[in-house]
Write a protein that binds this ligand. Structure first.
Ligand code: PEP
Ligand code: MG
Length: 545
């Protein structure tokens, strides 16, 4: 057995035969030149259409997030600018069609990469579409997950959303990837399917002839075997306790909320019986916008998201532009370290009128929808900044105002911060990256971004204590809240609301419902005393046994 280790991002143990996700195809050659460029170019659009048709057919068989992912990828395959650029390359240089698709898609990907940040993450989707069209032109098997015939452990370099959107959880025992981190697509997907997953496993794909694997999603241990192993599936989290009303078994109230980015996400949040929205990422409405949308346009966009939550709490975050999510109309110029630059609330200090217009639109949309709306600011660093934001939000007519705690300085001074606002919400994704000085997008630093790191837990404990002392609420809306075991620990640290990807709501809600507050506190104490992330997780698990 070859023993490897990575970062466990979805809990549970499983074992079984391995299936490798097909690696990208070799680069199609530019020669020999084609003799009939017109006929060669004419093959491209039908191939792209065939890829789109295949993805639409898969989309027809599924619902929710999976459907949206497959339809988005299909639409990208049908993008006429990609096909026409590839046709142009064939006509100009007589290169074979697969080569032209490669070059055209790479040009497109390069322009997205140059835009940076969140759009740069879509490069993965462009490459996926490129490889599917090339495979279609070559008449070979497309990259991605092959059809599974028996329960299997999937091994991959990384997974694209379209690779995994319609995976059958009954046939996937576990996911293991060489790249990716705790907030990667693989991690979010595995938690939503309730299957164990380990990411950032160095050496996973290097020259092994393993036919079976053992995976421990808690510790991050992966064993690869050249002989068969006994097939074991992880116990699925029991979600029957999720009644739609969050709290511990002894009646401590814990709100179980969903994170949404646009109107398309709200159906999943409602069907998961989220009690409301703990993080509405408004910048996701405008990632492609060149100009600032006017107040009426913003009001309509926000009202569409708020309407399904009439009478329920919704926390609207003001634009978190910059770093991984640049917005065309809030450009701050080139910065050597965008994650440490003018981002989040900092953008508003120079352009307060943009913030004021957004607050006016949010206040109006709250009235239109009947949702119980609060606002919060991203990337707050000092109590003074929190007070500045709070004043403007109240002037706009929004009664409940909060601040995100994503910067370590804000965590250290949480008590004073809470004097300036009504609540705080901890963004563990950014808080981890800043506490450890480790880029949250880098697979190589995934271990430092593990939300079970005791240093991060101790900071959260400080914020939780400040909440208890001031009698104000402390929530968590980073990916940490989507882990059922960690969700219990967060409650033990004083957190009173958990907001997460909609698919995790039933599992986290029922995990919290199954234990008392005292049990959560004991698990939290055990996790805080650990010296590393794996130790913290193991100690918390043991505390509940
Ligand atoms: C976070 O940083 O944890 C968070 C919730 O905000 P985002 O992921 O949008 O940066
Ligand atoms: Mg953040």
């Amino acid at each position: 057995m070859l023993r490897l280790s990575g970062v466990g991002v979805s809990n549970g143990q499983a074992a079984g035969p391995v299936v490798r996700v097909a690696e990208p195809l070799p680069e199609p050659p530019a020669s020999p030149a084609v003799t009939d460029p017109g006929a060669e170019a004419a093959r491209i659009s039908p191939a792209a259409q065939a890829v789109a048709d295949g993805l639409f057919a898969r989309a027809a068989g599924v619902e929710g997030d999976a459907k949206a992912v497959l339809e988005t990828t299909a639409a990208m395959a049908m993008d006429p600018s990609l096909s026409s650029r590839a046709e142009q390359l064939v006509n100009q240089r007589a290169v074979p069609a697969p080569r032209a698709v490669l070059e055209a898609a790479d040009e497109f990907a390069e322009s997205l990469r140059a835009t940076g940040g969140y759009l740069a993450e879509r490069v993965r989707d462009v490459h996926d579409v490129r490889d599917r069209i090339i495979a279609e032109l070559l008449g070979v098997r497309p990259p991605g997950v092959p059809t599974l015939l028996e329960p299997s452990v999937l091994l991959a370099r990384d997974l694209a959303p379209a690779d995994t959107a319609d995976l059958d959880p009954d046939l996937v025992l576990a996911l293991v990837t060489e790249e990716g981190g705790p907030t990667s697509h693989t991690a979010i997907l595995a938690r939503s399917l309730g299957i164990p997953a380990v990411v950032a496993v160095r050496g996973l794909l290097a020259g092994t002839s393993a036919i079976a694997a053992e995976v421990d999603g808690d510790s991050g241990a992966v064993g690869l075997s050249e002989e068969r192993v006994e097939v074991r599936a992880a116990e699925r989290t029991d979600t029957v306790n999720w009644t739609g009303s969050g709290g511990t078994s002894d009646g401590t109230r814990v709100k179980i909320l969903a994170n949404v980015g646009a109107a398309a996400d709200t159906a999943a949040a409602v069907s998961a019986r989220a009690e409301g929205v703990g993080l509405f990422r408004t910048e996701f409405c405008y990632l492609a916008a060149e100009d600032e949308p006017d107040v009426a346009t913003q009001r309509a966009a926000y009202a569409e998201v708020l309407e399904p939550f009439a009478g329920k709490p919704v926390v609207v975050r003001t634009l978190d532009a910059g770093a991984d999510k640049p917005l065309g109309f809030l450009e701050t110029g080139a910065e050597p370290n965008p994650a440490l630059g003018v981002r989040g609330l900092r953008v508003a200090f120079d352009r307060p009128e943009v913030l004021d217009r957004q607050l006016a639109a949010i206040a109006a949309a709250a009235g239109d929808s009947g949702a119980d709306v609060s606002v919060m600011a991203p990337m707050v660093a000092t109590p003074e900044e929190a007070a500045w934001f709070s004043e403007r939000a109240r002037t706009a007519g929004i009664a409940r105002v909060g601040a995100m705690v994503e910067v370590p300085a804000a965590a250290l001074i949480a008590g004073e911060l809470l004097e300036a606002v009504d609540f705080v919400s901890i963004g563990t994704n950014d808080l981890a990256q800043y506490v450890f000085a480790a880029d949250r997008q880098l697979g190589a630093l995934a271990g430092l971004n593990d939300p079970w790191q005791p240093a991060l837990l101790r900071l959260i404990a400080m914020i939780g204590r400040a909440g208890v002392e001031t009698g104000k609420s402390v929530g968590v809306c980073g990916e940490a809240a989507a882990d059922p075991l960690l969700g219990r620990v967060l409650v033990g640290l004083g957190v009173s609301s958990l907001s997460m990807v909609a698919t995790a709501v039933p599992a986290v809600g029922s995990a919290v419902a199954g234990v008392s507050l005292r049990a959560c506190e004991r698990a939290a104490e055990a996790a805080l005393a650990a010296s590393d992330a794996a130790g913290a997780k193991a100690a918390a698990r043991a505390a509940f046994e």
